[in-house]
Design a protein around this ligand. Structure first.
Ligand SMILES: [Zn+2]
Ligand SMILES: [Zn+2]
Length: 388
């Protein structure tokens, strides 16, 4: 029997157990950095299969690693398992976790003496907390040769058009005064913040495609008979690439400092979130995955031009390690993730079929990576080009 046939059989043998994990996670959603029961369930599954488990990896209580084998090459399967507040598993991360679990177990079971390590990484808090970004900073992906995951969606796309994103907190400090009693003593911090919105709206008209700033006022004074001494806003910055995001952040900082000079205020500009980098696809690996998935009757295409699907912390991994993040549809393209309908789809019969097809294709890709030095070399070459 060929290797890929054995992977298909191993996947089928584990199908009910993997679907039980996906369903258990779906029935018990936990939000970013609070995924304690999910992490316990998944680490228990890995320990039961003989993997060496390390909990709280990279200092994050609900992260983990599970490894089998030793040395290079190291192929990593990434598991997300956080849900959305009030919406449950409306991003389908229960399927990402079960797919990573299944692919790691199946790949390890059929690796046929291929050297190296199968590494599963539990990556908490994709929704806003940036678990993978923190793991990257902690060096968790150093020495890893490939990072594999999939994301359920409404499209069948071989790679993910994910942009770069970060948030800033910008605070202006002026001087309080009575607006009619001693108005000339006052320096209106809220007026400075409003001016920044005006400047940013002018800046917005000449930003490159995909670069965008969205601001809200988070502090704007305390009473109408006091000139606001302090005012603060929060600004979400997005750009198509991490380099464009750095450029945008520099422009926003220049604008804030210019407004401060013009209004006689002082300003502080602080990053208020982890930075999500844009996603760099490893074509060598995503093409291989798409080929394997095709045997299950799911055809992946390149993403539609000009469509961007937000940001994800897989971007930060993809800048350091050859990575894939294909989308596989669990509902029609008239739907959207982060909706109650998508949460329903993440527990549907179609989700089960997608899960098993993806487990098989991820496991085939993982074993290929362990066995084929040429594939690994091409993947690193992709990444070197993407970094330029
Ligand atoms: Zn999401
Ligand atoms: Zn998601």
């Amino acid at each position: 029997m060929s290797l890929y046939q054995r992977i298909r059989e191993e996947t089928a043998r584990r199908a009910d157990a993997l679907w039980a994990v996906a369903s258990a996670l779906h029935a018990d959603p936990e939000t970013a950095f609070a995924e304690h029961r999910a992490a316990a369930l998944l680490t228990g599954e890995f320990e039961g299969a003989g993997f060496e488990v390390r909990r709280a990896a990279a200092g994050l209580p609900t992260a983990f690693t599970a490894r089998s084998g030793e040395g290079r090459p190291v192929v990593a399967l990434l598991l997300e398992y956080d849900a959305l507040p009030g919406l449950g598993h409306a991003c389908g991360h229960n399927l990402i976790a079960a797919a990573g679990l299944g692919a790691a177990l199946v790949a390890d079971a059929v690796r046929d003496g291929a050297p190296g390590t199968v590494l599963a990484v539990g990556t908490p808090a994709e929704e806003g907390g940036g678990g993978k970004a923190l793991q990257v900073e902690a060096g968790l992906y150093d020495g890893v040769d490939a990072a594999l995951m999939f994301h359920p969606g409404v499209y069948d796309w071989a790679r993910a058009p994910l942009t770069a994103q970060e948030q800033y907190r910008i605070g202006f400090r002026g001087r309080a005064a009575h607006p009619t009693g001693n108005p000339t003593e006052g320096i209106d911090a809220l007026a400075a913040l409003v001016e920044l919105f005006n400047v940013l709206s002018a800046l917005g008209r000449r930003l490159p495609e995909g670069s965008h700033v969205q601001g809200i006022v988070t502090q704007g004074g305390t009473a109408t008979n006091i000139v606001p001494e302090y005012a603060e806003g929060r600004f979400g910055l997005r750009a198509l690439t991490t380099a464009a995001l750095d450029e945008l952040a520099a422009q926003v900082r220049t604008a804030a400092e210019g407004v401060a000079r013009a209004t006689g205020t002082t300003v502080t500009v602080d990053r208020a979130s982890v930075r999500y980098e844009h996603f760099r696809d490893s074509a060598a690996l995503s093409e291989r995955f798409a080929g394997h998935l095709g045997r299950s009757g799911i055809t992946l295409t390149p993403p539609a031009p000009g469509v961007y699907l937000g940001s994800s912390d897989i971007g930060n991994v993809s800048g350091r390690v050859p990575s894939i993040h294909p989308f596989v549809a669990i509902m029609g393209a008239d739907g959207s993730d982060h909706t109650p309908e998508f949460a329903g789809a993440a527990a549907s019969e179609r989700a089960r079929r997608v899960l098993l097809a993806v487990v098989e294709a991820l496991a085939c890709t993982a074993v290929d990576i362990l066995r084929e030095e040429g594939l690994r070399d091409r993947a690193w070459e992709d990444l070197r080009r993407a970094r330029v």
